[in-house]
Design a protein around this ligand. Structure first.
Ligand SMILES: O=C(O)[C@@H](CO)OP(=O)(O)O
Ligand SMILES: [Mn+2]
Ligand SMILES: [Mn+2]
Length: 511
């Protein structure tokens, strides 16, 4: 063991501060505006560095903002993982998407029977859940296979991209359909309804009724439909474009989902699948990338293998970990950090903190942070627990509202929570590795084409702070390399626990 290993080896806490990015202080940087004495002291007093959490460093296309899914997967895997958006883009670039035999078979069958194809997905270029250009390739394939009736069921965004940009993306959809020579916009609905992932089935059912049965507000124009939302693009009400005619899904039709990320589309996909089956409609259904649905929906692009990460190494070493997060980010510290593996290893405990009623992030930026913190403090006090893994969701979740004052409060609440966790770590002889999973709250505006700064709740390409607080402050503390990425987290955590990085990990221990 090296000197640094002896100084650090022992139980610890891996603390992911969701959406904790670094950017110079500015009047739209909520983290800099907030009073955060604990976080400020952390990065000045202890070994710290900035880690890349976006683009190629984590397995995304160059210049793409990070997100929770790839962020936690790479934190766990200890190596960049070619993410679904990258794999889809490669399949488009090398032509294997539009010539995919599974897609070809479904399109041929649909065309031969004179049935319709329904394409459902998020229409923006946020690159977190979907990219509108992927739709273009599917439309080209539909045209090649002579599918005459192609309905596009567009989900409007306003969260991964600036709000009130839906009309521009819908105009792009129309261009893509024109270019392919097939496809028309049929229905519109905001992602708040169609991409709920919290089990609010009343929201999901509105999307199901819209797409399956053509039940929604009739709209003569896109602008009319989008304007009907009093709450921005995320909440565009279920609308049927009257010019599209009858848009319902009929027996024998085909459906292709074009979101590549599963977590926010799978509830809708499952409910639509079940509703169609329950109403006697036999429909071929495909998804662009693999979904974690109950329904078996074949995918056009397979996932990268993410095994051999932290969870496997902890299990092999017999190290017990407790995973803690509130519902919004629970999968992140379990399923994603474990490489999209649903199994719970014998040495793992999963703690999911849920709140009462519908969350209002602007009115309650604290969310359930007190209870998350209490659970972390409790787990930190247990001698049988080697590693506590927790996600503090507030900075990211509240920043998504684009509301600066609420986000400042979320940062301050997180600061206080980190203070309590550091106290518990010190009392129990634990080191703490704190890291962001991608940027968000450090940039709360974006320039619109007209040059004005507009509120922006989306993620960023900024690096994230990574800090290591030693278990005992009187031990010598090596400084960290200037350059790091999220792939270095798992090897570093294993080193801090007194173990070697896993053989599948290409990231390096930072000390
Ligand atoms: O909320 C989400 O689905 C995305 C943004 O679209 O955020 P995150 O990657 O942090 O989950
Ligand atoms: Mn995140
Ligand atoms: Mn987010």
């Amino acid at each position: 063991m090296s000197a640094s290993e002896t100084a650090f080896a022992g139980p610890g806490i891996l603390l992911v501060l969701d959406g904790w990015g670094r950017a110079p202080a500015a009047d739209d940087n909520a983290l800099a505006l907030a009073h955060t004495p604990v976080l400020d002291e952390l990065v000045t007093r202890f070994p710290s560095t900035l880690a890349d959490a976006s683009g190629e460093a984590v397995g995304l296309l160059a210049g793409t903002v990070g997100n929770s899914e790839i962020g936690h997967m790479v934190i766990g895997a200890g190596r960049p993982l070619p993410y679904d958006s990258l794999l889809v883009q490669q399949a488009i670039d090398n032509g294997t998407l539009r010539t995919h035999p599974r897609l070809g078979a479904v399109l041929d069958k649909t065309a031969a029977a004179g049935r319709a194809l329904h394409l459902i997905g998020l229409c923006s270029d946020g690159q977190i859940h979907a990219h509108v250009e992927h739709l273009g390739d599917l439309l080209t394939a539909a045209a090649t296979h002579q599918v005459k009736r192609v309905f596009i069921h567009a989900i409007t965004d306003g969260r991964d991209v600036a709000d009130h940009t839906a009309p521009a993306y819908l105009a792009r959809v129309a261009e893509l359909a024109d270019r392919a020579g097939t496809g028309r916009l049929a229905t519109l609905i905001g992602r708040g309804y169609a991409m709920d992932k919290a089990g609010n089935l009343d929201l999901t059912e509105q999307a199901v009724a819209l797409v399956a049965d053509g039940r929604g507000m009739p709209a003569d124009s896109l602008d009319q439909a989008v304007a009907a939302s009093g709450r921005g693009d995320e909440w565009v009400p279920a609308s049927v474009l009257t010019a599209a005619g009858s848009t319902a899904i009929a027996d024998g039709d085909a459906v292709v989902w074009f979101n590549f990320r599963s977590d926010r589309i799978q509830q809708f996909a499952d409910r639509l699948y079940e509703h169609l089956a329950a109403t006697g409609r036999s429909v071929d259904m495909l998804s662009l990338a693999q979904y974690d649905t109950r329904a078996a929906i074949p995918a056009l692009v397979e996932r990268a293998d993410a095994s051999g990460g932290l969870a496997d190494e902890l299990a092999a070493a017999g190290l017990r970990s407790v995973r803690i997060a509130e519902a919004e980010k629970f999968e992140h510290v379990t399923y994603y950090i474990n490489g999209r593996d649903t199994s719970v290893r014998a040495v793992e405990e999963h703690v999911r903190i849920t709140g009462e009623g519908k969350p209002d992030y602007i009115a309650r930026p604290q969310m359930n942070l007190d209870r998350v913190t209490a659970a972390v403090v409790r787990a930190a006090g247990r001698a049988d627990v080697d590693l506590v893994v927790a996600n503090l969701a507030n900075i990211d979740v509240v920043a998504h509202t684009g509301h600066l004052a609420a986000t400042v409060t979320a940062c301050e609440a997180t600061d206080a929570a980190v203070g309590r966790i550091l106290d518990a770590a010190r009392d129990n002889g634990r080191w703490v590795l704190a890291v962001g999973d991608h940027g968000n709250a450090e940039k709360m505006t974006k320039r619109a084409p007209d040059g004005t700064a507009r509120p922006y709740g989306g993620h960023t390409t900024n690096p994230v702070p990574l800090v290591i607080v030693p278990a005992r402050e009187n031990r010598p503390v090596p400084s960290l390399p200037e350059q790091a990425t999220l792939a270095d987290v798992a090897p570093t955590v294993l080193r801090l626990l007194g173990h070697k990085p896993g053989s599948a990990m290409t990231g390096r221990p930072l000390l």
